[in-house]
Design a protein around this ligand. Structure first.
Ligand code: TEU
Ligand code: CA
Length: 544
């Protein structure tokens, strides 16, 4: 294959440590548990693990609230376990990407404890304070997890700023000493042999609280370039920024091929397309596939040759892909494969969220006691105040709440899906008896085997370069059921075609099929250039 950055041929697998594999029966997934499943991941064929946070943390937001960047949270294991994970993964050709949360820390971080205690501490300015009067908020900024973004702190006698929970005070990126401390910490981790970082809500670090600017502040890209220079560029790593406020223009800055910022970003246009004005993700419109395809097309075209895309349907904050975009009932298997085909045929680095490769689904919760996620627990109260009834709120949480992604990985059909010998911290999805890794590994028509083939394709001598470098040309753009595009590189072409609906469709293609590469039905029904595409059927093929 052509010489290029290694991560342009990689497939990343995200692990949410709390929910992946418990090794000691306390019901909480841990690092030794992950190590015990590395052979499964090697079998799947992925190259990189993105590990959600395992640092020292009071776990107010499951580790996205870090109290010591240099420590490992005891329930997840020890620093020795972490080093062992890096080494054991490396033996299997897998790199570890750690999740870096530097927009905010925990309120239990030593910096914050010092800052709140002593106005003259060198750490005071590591956070964002506004003095004034209790009860008089500096401004109306809201926190993402509900309530105001300003919290009165008795000990400090001032308000501090938090874009997420009040146990996640925002770091002040204006402070140079703070930035230096962060870069030093990043290098310390990279020196352990990491494959890189996923950077949590990185587009918030340029915030201007007084002007109520959250994303895309004026100094954002200066900070990212500095971070890249001071930490990333010293290593051969992959970096991916989480950026809810990204657009195709600033994406070219973030993922500039000159390496001055990051390797790529996660953008969320396809995720937010169905969100409502008033209630965001909690009230959604029906998915509009014409619009969805257009979003993907825009990103494919805009970044070709001048940036790099990340490709994903779900993660630990999102509902399960097959439930949100496919059909998790009778066409679960077909639609999981069709969604994967659509995504893995594109240019960019594909991300698989744990269980996605099994076609794991959303879970149905009946009452608040079953809900674990802080975001959902807070929104429950907020929606209640706005007049929603219990049923309506649970409906919304079941549709889009983050716990959907956080139910334990379904390994086999034994008690608790093989996740734990104890009581799991969050309920197992009862469908684990049918949907689990052991069953799917034994069935060559499973979602698991389909993902394995898609991953192998990206590394194959025949298709690897077309997938990594090829142009992208969409067809039938106005069709609300059918997705259809062609990737081309130096005369080699790959056709990607499928049906996003549960209707059978007959479609006329501009060319025929010379050779099928991958299908999710036993055979293709085609005569001349006319193809009959069944519900959620998907095809990769070489066109005539
Ligand atoms: O998420 C960023 C973020 O904006 C979330 O609040 C997001 O809007 C929501 O989860 C969508 O459902 C990142 C992490 O991925 C998330 O897990 C953390 O809770 C959050 O940052 C705070 O660190
Ligand atoms: Ca455990």
């Amino acid at each position: 294959m052509k010489q290029t950055k290694w991560w342009k041929h990689s497939v990343v697998y995200q692990i949410y440590p709390r929910s992946f594999q418990d090794s000691n029966g306390d019901g909480i997934g841990d690092i030794p548990g992950i190590i015990s499943r590395l052979d499964y991941l090697r079998e799947l064929g992925i190259d990189v693990i993105w590990l959600s946070p395992v640092y020292e943390s009071p776990q107010d937001d499951n580790g996205y609230d870090i109290s010591d960047y240099y420590g490992i949270y005891h329930e997840f294991g020890s620093m020795a376990d972490m080093e062992e994970l890096i080494a054991q993964a490396e033996k299997r050709g897998i790199r570890i990407v750690m999740d870096m949360v530097v927009n905010h820390s925990s309120d239990e971080h030593a910096w914050f404890l010092e800052a709140r205690k002593d106005k003259n501490s060198r750490y005071r300015d590591y956070y964002i304070w506004r003095e004034g009067e209790k009860g008089q908020l500096p401004n109306e900024t809201k926190a993402s997890f509900g309530g105001p973004a300003w919290e009165w702190d008795e000990e400090a006698g001032a308000y501090y700023f938090h874009l997420f929970s009040k146990k996640q005070p925002d770091l002040n990126w204006e402070n140079e000493a703070m930035r230096r401390d962060i870069y030093r910490m990043m290098r310390w981790w990279l020196d352990k042999g990491l494959g890189g970082f996923r950077l949590d809500v990185i587009d918030n670090i340029g915030k201007v609280p007084d002007a109520m600017i959250r994303e895309n502040g004026p100094k954002l890209h200066d900070y990212i370039r500095e971070m890249s220079r001071e930490a990333f560029q010293k290593y051969d790593i992959v970096t991916v920024g989480e950026t809810w406020g990204a657009n195709v223009d600033n994406a070219k800055l973030y993922s500039n091929p000159d390496g001055s910022e990051l390797s790529m970003i996660f953008q969320f246009e396809h995720i937010c397309a169905s969100h409502s004005e008033e209630y965001g993700k909690w009230k959604q419109e029906k998915k509009d596939f014409v619009r969805l395809k257009k979003i993907f097309t825009d990103w494919q075209k805009a970044l070709h040759g001048c940036g790099w895309n990340s490709l994903f349907w779900d993660n630990h904050d999102l509902p399960r892909a097959v439930s949100a975009f496919g059909n998790d009932g009778i066409y679960r298997v077909e639609s999981a494969k069709a969604l994967a085909t659509f995504l893995h045929g594109m240019q960019g680095t594909p991300y698989i969220y744990e269980g996605e490769e099994l076609g794991m689904t959303n879970i149905r919760l009946e009452d608040l006691a079953q809900v674990r996620d802080i975001e959902a627990r807070n929104i429950y109260e907020e929606l209640k105040e706005k007049g929603w009834n219990h049923q309506e709120i649970m409906e919304a949480i079941n549709m889009t709440g983050r716990d959907n992604a956080r139910t334990p990985m379904q390994w086999d059909d034994t008690e608790n899906a093989g996740f734990t010998a104890g009581t799991p911290w969050i309920g197992v999805n009862p469908n684990y008896r049918e949907i689990n890794a052991a069953a799917e590994m034994a069935d060559e028509n499973s979602v698991f085997h389909y993902y394995k083939k898609l991953i192998a394709l990206r590394k194959s001598a025949e298709w690897g370069d077309v997938l990594a470098e090829g142009t992208y040309e969409p067809y039938l753009e106005e069709d609300g059921d059918i997705f259809f595009y062609v990737r081309s590189l130096e005369g080699k072409r790959l056709l990607v075609l499928g049906n996003f609906s549960d209707r059978e469709r007959t479609v006329e293609l501009p060319f025929g099929i010379r050779k099928t590469v991958l299908t999710n039905y036993p055979e293709i029904r085609m005569e001349g250039n006319t193809v009959v595409i069944r519900p959620y059927e998907a095809v990769m093929a070489e066109p005539t």
